[in-house]
Ligand binder design. Sequence first.
Ligand code: SAH
Ligand code: SF4
Length: 348
Amino acid sequence: MESLLGKTENELVEFAKVIGEAPFRGKQIYQAIYARRAMDIAGMTELSKDLREKLNSIARVTETQIVNAFFSVDGTRRYLLQLGDGREVEAVFMPEERRDTICISCQVGCAVGCGFCMTAQLGVKRSMTAGEIISQVVIVLNEVYGVGVEPPHGTNLVFMGMGEAFLNYNEVMKSIRIMADEKGMGISPKRVTVSTSGIIPRIYDFAREPFRPRLAISLSATTEEQRTRLMPINSKYTLAELMKACREYPLGERERLTFEYVMLDGVNDSDEDARRLVKLLNGIRAKVNLIPHNPAPELPYRASPMERILSFQKILVDKDVPAFIRRPRGQDISAACGQLAARRQANG
Ligand code: SAH
Ligand code: SF4
């Protein structure tokens, strides 16, 4: 079966031609799946009955399906989704007063192997296609607001679910370009954040993209040795090289580079670490998100106590490095940062 989601407007026009239809049918399909978020070919009444039948016999809007949804006391929702080949990924919806955020996956599992992250324990099964990436957003918006209903406030997207976006660069970028189109989903790249564990060659590629989203770097350590222990990718792409790439990264006028730092009790949360972090960020227009570690029974780390996180934050702020403490979301349903492992239960 072909999946329609993930095709650009041109690709759908081509597709219409290939199946013996007029090119404008491709544009109608484009409108239906991206602007109206239609999930069901039979319901696309702007297409003739014959065409709908023909389409139905060869294609689906998407093969992604919801397996289960988990609702947190804080309003966060975690969706366990099954892809066409039976593999499972997760997407998380986080309501916010001013805007909502959807956290999406880009790979089934992850190869990077960070010691504090549940996704790492899955290893990587495969990368997701642009269509599979987009299907998460379409499905979550339809679930939360209803099919085709315009979200009341804008939607932010973060590539902070399962997987490393820069190890699936082309499909991630394709999905972002498709979702940005105002004739379709209209999610501006300004509202999209891509997070990377530091795949340096792709940081340079990303810097050259004409319409690039925001970039977040997962740092979580302040020395080579410490970072290699926590994030083994550091032995290939070293902290020194990573900071050089960050320094050379062309920021927009009011843009800041976001650094994420998972706070692990007694591991990377000392005052000395904070002072080293200030030094590392010297000369970079940066913002730091301190993420209290979200624990799981399988993970060998504990979250830093809040007083520790607060004094770490104070050292940064006193040196004019903006630093924010991330409030954990959906911890009770295993939906928080680093807890995504395609689990079938809410907890455990
Ligand atoms: N693979 C990408 C994006 C997904 S992880 C990356 O690593 O950047 C999103 C963020 O969650 C990263 O900053 C990561 O360091 C953080 N994270 C991973 N495991 C965590 C955990 N158990 N608790 C808190 N944050 C975690
Ligand atoms: Fe992969 Fe990110 Fe988890 Fe590291 S933190 S294992 S890069 S998903």
